[in-house]
Design a protein around this ligand. Structure first.
Ligand SMILES: *Cc1c(COP(=O)(O)O)cnc(C)c1O
Length: 489
């Protein structure tokens, strides 16, 4: 299958590219993204076929329908990485909360957040493609906390790939930071940037537009790639679990094949819910996709009013930092799907230039046929964490936003699947505050008090972090970043 471009072709690139090309250089003409030219049809026959399949069997069959230019043996090795999850026979448990409400836990991988679902297999595939072509790639990542650990974990010791990961020195949880700075492999470099996530991200952007940096990479025969969710190599693995979850409800005798359900996704860069959107287009019976946000409610406003407006540029720091976002990159792929390349280019250019775009009434109607959205404040989230805990369920602040939108934006008579994107261990100070009232606890204190309060074990891989050797102790001003990376290269 070939991939086409969301903003049309500017003639500096081929009209269509293969999957390999799309994942190696994920930015398309006019700054657009790559999308599949067609989507395979996976109707009831496909669902019936896989009612009793394992996660890997389902994934393997779904991927084969995309006819991507990756050898089956590489795909098999990539999918085998799900064996590292807590329960290899079921990497994504779906838990019943109450009648008609289920939670899909996407965080049972090596770094305890949902980024592993896609980055684990993606790392294997990208490295294989680079090796096969005998090319070397550098992946630069600015992380607010979850992408960094998952990218380092998947690319460590992989051939033909180097990773430099920048994190805000004061902007991640202790667990997230330790997951990065203790990751020991010669092809990895982790750099703390003095400042917040915006500082780390703007340091990265400056570097990407630096001619001297470009010249140095060229001289060393290194190309740049990207591991953020604009890369379709991640999205393709994020389609699988939406289908898996649906089949889980069938297996639990909660629904019959054909019954529509809500998929309720805590959203930031829109990668997770984009996977759900594609699953729906491919034939998964979905009532609506529910977009849950925190107080950075840009997506809520888009879906409720048709206006994407970031003119005030005001990013709030919340207790669900992985959803603190203004520019949600993957929305572009939905715009393309609904309105085509010409209109997508126009809307995205408006956003770049004027920091706003407005859909027509007709366009908004199309969007609302698929999506519904709302947002949850930190204070409300805390109440939902408390209430769920009382009912016996421990959840993180990202997941909590969905419990609000479940109430405001879906019909309780229809089954809902909420996506849980992080384990409680990754955001323990916030959860401890909700459960016991303690404030400003360090992660280690909070982990222990939650463990006691909820009578759950702290997973070994999290506990071990606090005794591991710190390998990356570089913390620098953002001006010094280029120098630091060149030293590493
Ligand atoms: C990345 C992330 C999200 C947001 O996912 P998108 O695919 O960017 O919408 C939500 N919650 C957690 C914990 C995450 O790490």
């Amino acid at each position: 299958m070939n991939f086409i471009q969301t903003r049309g072709n500017d003639e500096t690139k081929p009209e269509t590219v293969t999957f390999s090309q799309a994942i190696l250089s994920p930015i398309a003409s006019f700054g657009g993204l790559y999308v599949p030219e067609t989507l395979p049809e996976l109707g009831e026959e496909f669902l019936n076929k896989h009612v009793n399949s394992s996660y890997k069997e389902l994934a393997s069959d779904m991927l084969s329908r995309f006819e991507i230019d990756i050898d089956q043996s590489v795909i098999d090795e990539a999918l085998a990485l799900y064996d590292k999850f807590d329960d290899p026979s079921n990497p994504v448990p779906v838990v019943k909360i109450k009648d008609n409400l289920y939670v899909s836990e996407l965080y049972h991988g090596p770094t305890r957040a949902f980024k592993d679902m896609a980055l684990q297999p993606f790392g294997k595939i990208l490295s294989s493609v680079a090796q096969k072509r005998d090319e070397n790639y550098l992946i630069l990542a600015a992380t607010s906390g979850d992408t960094g650990p998952a990218a380092l974990e998947t690319f460590k010791n992989k051939e033909n790939i180097k990773v430099v990961c920048m994190y805000p020195a004061n902007g991640t949880s202790d667990v997230q930071r330790l997951q990065m700075v203790t990751e020991d492999a010669p092809n990895l470099k982790v750099i703390g940037i003095k400042g917040n996530f915006d500082d780390a991200q703007s340091a990265l952007k400056n570097l990407l537009s630096s001619p001297s940096f470009e010249a140095t990479l060229k001289a060393k025969n290194i190309s740049l790639s990207a591991a953020n969710s604009v890369n379709f190599g991640r999205i393709i693995f994020q389609i699988v679990y939406h289908i898996h979850n649906y089949l889980e409800l069938v297996r639990q005798n909660a629904i019959e094949i054909g019954e529509k359900v809500y998929l309720n996704v805590p959203s930031g860069n829109f990668g997770n819910v984009l996977g759900a959107y594609y699953a729906m287009l491919m034939g998964l019976p979905v009532e609506k996709l529910v977009i849950s946000s925190n107080e950075n409610n840009i997506l809520t406003r888009l879906i409720q009013t048709g206006i994407y407006d970031i003119r005030d540029g005001d990013l709030k720091l919340t207790t669900s930092p992985a959803m603190d976002i203004l520019k949600s990159s993957n929305v572009e792929r939905v715009l393309f799907g609904l309105y085509g390349a010409v209109r997508t280019r126009e809307l995205m250019e408006n956003l770049d230039k004027e920091k706003i775009y407005t859909l027509t009434a007709k366009e908004l109607e199309k969007l609302q046929e698929i999506f519904v959205a709302d947002y949850c404040s930190d204070a409300e989230g805390k109440e939902y964490i408390k209430a769920a805990f009382k009912d016996g369920y421990l959840m993180d602040p990202h997941t909590a936003t969905c419990f609000k939108t479940y109430e405001t934006s879906s019909n309780p008579k229809i089954k809902s699947i909420i996506y849980s994107t992080a384990e409680w261990t990754k955001f323990s100070p916030v959860i401890a505050n909700a459960l016991t009232g303690e404030v400003d606890a360090k992660d280690i204190t909070a982990l222990e008090s939650i463990s006691k309060e909820a009578n759950v074990e702290i997973p070994v891989m999290v506990k071990e972090l606090f005794n591991k050797k710190i390998v990356h102790d570089t913390v620098i001003e953002k001006e010094d970043i280029e120098k630091e990376i060149l030293k590493f290269l």
